[in-house]
Ligand binder design. Structure first.
Ligand code: FPP
Length: 245
């Protein structure tokens, strides 16, 4: 039986998040520059999006550029930004045809102006797409996100829009970039690293974690389906006992 047929369509995670890791090592193994790995990583982005759409995942969040990634050599940062613009240009029609809505999380105001314009363009043009939402984490870092949320809550409290007693975990969620997006049910990280790297720390509180040694450019639709099958074998208890479920 093919992998996709082993998936229970009634228990597909609504939101899958991915830390796409291993592009640099993949390129190095082939005696190439790191950007060669990123370019091939775009193929895996397409494969994961297609696979997610096929089985009915509604949100796919991809860690494309972290707040820490600015520390990489300027040539690599520039190449990643260029790749983002090129990919949006080449994929725009496919996104619209397949009903793929694009959103971002992270501080876009720090990105180069042409990248910001392109992102605004794709966000507006795909706004009414309903098959799947691809959330690109760009200049994203969880601690910064939470810090910014706390600042906004403090300002709203100062201005009398809410009181300290009214603040609940839901309030915090509502002030994050991911307000209105359900928490991920499954997190996938490629390349064998066992870390969260400042990604969605609040939102991953009850998320199932799946680590694979596959380097991101090698990640296929079947690798995505394997992660879903593994997820479906697990019991999500949210602090309860098995008997209470
Ligand atoms: C991690 O590999 C990957 C990144 C920091 C960038 C991911 C970007 C893409 C896949 C392409 C652009 C994305 C879109 C959505 C068009 P690494 O460089 O940290 O690899 P290493 O750990 O082997 O060095």
């Amino acid at each position: 039986m093919s992998l996709i047929d082993q998936i229970d369509r009634n228990r597909v995670p609504e939101h899958v998040a991915i830390i796409m890791d291993g592009n640099g090592r993949w390129a190095k193994q082939r005696g190439n520059q790191r950007i060669f790995g990123h370019k091939n990583g775009v193929k895996a982005v397409k494969a994961a999006t297609e696979a997610a759409g096929e089985i009915g995942v509604k949100y796919l969040t991809l860690y494309a550029f972290s707040t820490e990634n600015w520390n990489r050599p300027k040539s690599e940062v520039d190449a990643l930004m260029g790749l983002l613009v090129d990919t949006i240009n080449s994929e725009m029609e496919t996104l619209l045809k397949n009903g793929i809505r694009v959103l971002t999380i992270g501080d876009r105001s720090m990105l180069p102006p042409d990248v910001q314009r392109k992102l605004n363009d794709v966000i507006v043009r795909t706004a009414s797409c309903t098959t799947i939402t691809t959330v690109l984490a760009l200049n994203y870092g969880s601690r910064l996100e939470i810090t910014e949320a706390v600042k906004k809550i403090a300002i709203d409290a100062q201005q009398g829009k809410l009181s300290a007693e009214q603040i609940t975990p839901v309030t915090i969620s509502d002030y994050l970039y991911t307000a209105n997006i359900p928490d991920p049910a499954l997190l996938i990280r490629t390349s064998g690293e066992l870390r969260l790297s400042n990604f969605l720390l609040w939102q991953l509180a009850y998320t199932e974690l799946y680590f694979t040694p596959v380097l991101w450019p090698d990640f296929t639709k079947d690798d995505f389906f394997k992660a879903i099958i593994d997820y479906q074998k697990r019991e999500r208890r949210f602090g309860k006992t098995s008997e209470q479920l």
